[in-house]
Write a protein that binds this ligand. Structure first.
Ligand code: FAD
Length: 346
């Protein structure tokens, strides 16, 4: 297993439960979660626009509900809801079209909401220009690092070996085309199957084996306010699909996000002051209680989504190399989909 983010940890745990022995997890960081997992904001939703994503969320949700029982850790799943606010007829009809798919796939509790109901679900959100929305009460939040800890510690307890400071620098293929050796700077390992769980770096790892893995990084910045109590901790994740602006409360601070095109260096995780000023202004307009609330610059951060060409995960063996398994390209939804039982034969 290359990568000890939430995906590598989950796959290691599930493989051992399926009876696979001798699982070795190699992670170049010094601790778990130094990649994207530790930077995720912890949203969980099944309100997606494609059947594949809705299904993955429903599978994951079942596992999240039993996580403590099964894995022994509280994954922090809290169904506080996701509330989408449309500001024109086009946005509203896109929410309605997505909801039809959600209902077909089994997410019956997602519903369209009128402005009067929106005012009850999130009294702090400005209704200015809002023509309606969508809400699902079983969407909500989870704790990314707890999901990771649960799976990684569990995998270790069941016998997985986990090595930190272990960067894979080469994947050596033999005459049959299979990967025979996984190389670190100063040692190497014979291997049966290699799992690419390298997140936003999956493309680079694939290239070590001469395999094209179409996953590219995309920076996401997060603005974090100073501690404040203007909004309740159980406020639903509230999103404006027109520009993607959304916010939630976590640990007594408000997290503000708005997607913008990536940086010139695709692996940059810099936070831009101009972006912070802009997102802070938008917060004050959309949620008037936040007007003037200071951002805590030192607590703002950025991380990388792992984008696939169509925004869906790439799961399973690759035809380009018989013993390389991909668990890549969750495209910004890797934590919430992580517990879903991925259909990979060991
Ligand atoms: C700002 C932000 C907010 C997000 N919010 C959410 C959210 O609300 N909900 C959600 O579901 N998802 C969210 N995500 C996405 C989520 O973080 C990712 O989808 C998920 O963490 C991917 O997990 P992973 O294990 O594949 O990747 P990672 O956590 O990045 O793990 C990959 C690991 O591979 C290691 N690695 C890479 N190359 C090598 C190598 N050659 N040798 C050894 N180790 C290597 C890296 O060091 C890294 O630790 C968010 C992401 C960001 C950036």
């Amino acid at each position: 297993m290359v990568g000890a983010g939430v995906i590598g940890a989950s796959v290691a745990w599930h493989l051992i439960r399926l009876g696979v022995r001798d699982v070795l997890v190699l992670e170049r960081g010094a601790t778990p979660g130094e990649g994207s997992t530790g930077r995720a904001t912890g949203g969980f939703r099944a309100q997606f626009g494609t059947a594949i994503d809705v299904r993955l969320s429903l599978l994951a949700r079942e596992k999240l509900r039993r996580f403590r029982e099964e894995v022994g850790v509280d994954a922090g799943y809290r169904p506080c809801g996701y509330l989408w606010l449309a500001r024109n007829a086009g946005e509203l009809s896109a929410l309605r079209a997505a909801q039809r798919i959600q209902h077909e796939v089994g997410l019956g509790e997602a519903r369209m909401v009128a402005p009067e109901e929106i005012a009850k679900l999130n009294p702090a959100a400005s209704l200015q220009g809002v023509v309606g929305g969508a809400f699902c009460p079983t969407d909500g939040f989870l704790r990314p690092l707890e999901v990771l800890r649960g799976y990684l510690d569990g995998a270790r307890r069941m016998g997985a070996r986990v090595r930190f400071g272990a960067e894979v620098v080469a994947l050596q293929r033999g005459a049959s085309g299979r990967i025979e050796k996984v190389q670190l700077a100063s040692e190497d390992f014979a291997c049966g199957t290699v799992v690419n769980a390298a997140g936003a770096w999956a493309g680079a790892l694939g290239r070590l084996a001469g395999v094209e893995v179409p996953v590219v990084p995309l920076r996401r910045q997060v603005a974090c306010t100073v501690p404040c109590s203007f909004l309740p901790e159980d406020m639903p994740m509230t999103l404006w699909p027109g520009d993607g602006f959304h916010l939630r409360v976590r640990d007594g601070r408000v997290l503000l996000l708005r997607p913008v095109p990536g940086a010139a260096d695709p692996f940059s995780t810099d936070v831009e002051d101009g972006w912070l000023a802009d997102v802070g202004r938008t917060a004050g307009e959309r949620v008037p209680r936040l007007a003037g609330v200071a951002l805590d610059r030192a607590r703002c951060w950025a991380g990388l989504y792992e984008m696939s060409p169509d925004g869906h995960a790439l799961l399973g063996r690759t035809p380009a190399c018989d013993n390389l398994v991909l668990v890549n390209g969750s495209s910004g939804h890797g934590v919430m989909h992580d517990p879903a039982p991925f259909p990979i034969a060991p």
